[in-house]
Design a protein around this ligand. Structure first.
Ligand SMILES: Nc1nc2c(ncn2[C@@H]2O[C@H](COP(=O)(O)OP(=O)(O)OP(=O)(O)O)[C@@H](O)[C@H]2O)c(=O)[nH]1
Length: 163
């Protein structure tokens, strides 16, 4: 299980997000489910060059449905967009599946950084929207903006991709 912190500025608010990268292997499934319980947003990520990873999304979504809070925000991601030559899952298949779940859909590349910030920003926006009522209750009066935490001076970038 990988864990990272990242500060994003979304809708004028500095939001510090905790990112948990859960293990994809079957044997860790019980532990992985524990992490869904406190999740506010989930990316379901498959590899566009691996049809099996796309088929497995159904299982991840069903686990999350079982364990995650009702208000959890979800986005489907097809990663490795830089490997177009090895593509096994068409963009349309991804967007169709996302639509069937009522999710937004991004194709990304962790290698070239394609759509990474966009996907994280969008999920953060969706979480802020979903938890707006709770957020308002902690906003100081007469403030249009609220810094949930000060941005850290230096933070890790997203995982470096060794590909
Ligand atoms: N070309 C390319 N390779 C990538 C990309 N993202 C990850 N990889 C490579 O894919 C391999 C698997 O990446 P991981 O991040 O370990 O994948 P994972 O889904 O977290 O794997 P689990 O730990 O089993 O859940 C590594 O060799 C990465 O370098 C990408 O966008 N493009």
């Amino acid at each position: 299980m990988d864990f990272k912190m990242k500060t994003l500025k979304v809708d004028g608010i500095h939001v510090r997000i905790q990112i948990w990268d859960t293990a994809g292997q079957e044997r860790y499934q019980t532990i992985t489910k524990q992490y869904y319980r406190r999740a506010q947003g989930i990316f379901f990520v498959y590899d566009i060059t691996n049809a099996l990873s796309f088929q497995n999304i159904v299982k991840w979504v069903s686990d999350a449905d079982e364990c995650a809070p009702h208000a959890v925000q979800r986005i489907l991601v097809g990663n490795k967009r830089d490997e177009e030559h090895g593509r096994r899952v068409a963009t349309e298949q991804g967007s169709k599946l996302a639509k069937s779940y009522g999710m937004e859909f991004f194709e990304t590349s962790a290698c070239t950084n394609y759509n990474i910030t966009e996907a994280f920003t969008r999920l953060t926006e969706m979480v802020l929207q979903a938890y707006r009522t709770e957020l308002k209750s902690i906003l100081p009066p007469n403030r249009d903006e609220f810094t949930l935490t000060e941005p850290a001076e230096e933070e890790d970038e997203y995982d470096t991709c060794l590909c």
